[in-house]
Design a protein around this ligand. Structure first.
Ligand code: ATP
Ligand code: MG
Length: 212
């Protein structure tokens, strides 16, 4: 099977892009896949997480990593696609031209959104970019409350927009923050937690969407 590129994009800052990416990358690695992660965000949040991961030198799967300016992404992806099965690309907020290149190369664009109007307005821009590039995009709910009006209204709005949504999502959980701080995914740091169960469910849903 050719390598699959998954780009995480959402122009709203702090929406949960990098958190979602490291959880999925570690989950796909735990499923036995070879995985690479690529940071094209000059903030370097993913690069910092990788540094923590490498310093820990624990018995966790190796992830290939590259940090590149968006203009060098194509060459980097050509190289990584020969080494791994899945490449996850993290993008910056507010940088349309670079993000566009990452969307163009994606087999699947993931758009994390908290159930709030601000996140959904920003998500619309990313869905539009994906549509123009003829790429498949899927909304992933993050920090979604287990129930209540906010949740139902946000889901109804996304459905009105006609956006595909993953059934599984990530709740608002400290385990995501604490595993990140250790250079790990929750599946590695807290394998029996509710957070790990959410991530496993999402990874398995996305794996079938990606045909693996
Ligand atoms: N599901 C979650 N539960 C709890 N905290 C979360 C969750 N997702 C993200 N966070 C926290 O929210 C903050 C922003 O998350 P993150 O860095 O992943 O967003 P981002 O979209 O990558 O931000 P940026 O646009 O700056 O790149 C971080 O402090 C992170 O720990
Ligand atoms: Mg980020």
């Amino acid at each position: 099977m050719p390598a699959r590129v998954v780009t995480v994009a959402q122009q709203k800052g702090g929406a949960g892009k990098t958190t979602l990416l490291v959880q999925l990358a570690t989950a796909f690695a735990a499923r036995g896949h070879k995985v690479a992660v690529v940071d094209i965000d000059p903030q370097g949040t993913l690069a910092n997480w990788m540094r923590l991961r490498e310093h820990g030198r624990r018995d966790v799967p190796e992830l290939h990593f590259a940090m590149v300016g968006g203009w060098r992404l194509a060459v980097t992806l050509d190289r990584l696609e020969r080494l791994v099965e899945f490449v996850f690309v993290d993008t910056p907020p507010h940088a349309e031209s670079e993000t566009k290149g990452a969307i163009r190369r994606a087999d699947l664009v993931l758009v994390p959104a908290q159930p709030s109007p601000a996140d959904l307005w920003a998500a619309a821009t990313t869905f539009e970019l994906a549509r123009k590039e003829n790429r498949r995009a899927c909304l992933i709910w993050v920090r979604l409350p287990a129930r209540g009006r906010v949740r139902e209204e946000a889901k109804a709005e996304a459905a009105r927009q006609g956006w595909p949504m993953a059934a599984a999502g990530l709740g608002n959980r400290q385990d995501y923050v604490s595993s990140f701080a250790r250079g790990l995914g929750v599946i590695e740091a807290e394998p029996r937690s509710a957070a790990a169960a959410e991530v496993r469910a999402l990874a398995s849903e996305l794996a079938s969407l990606l045909g693996s």
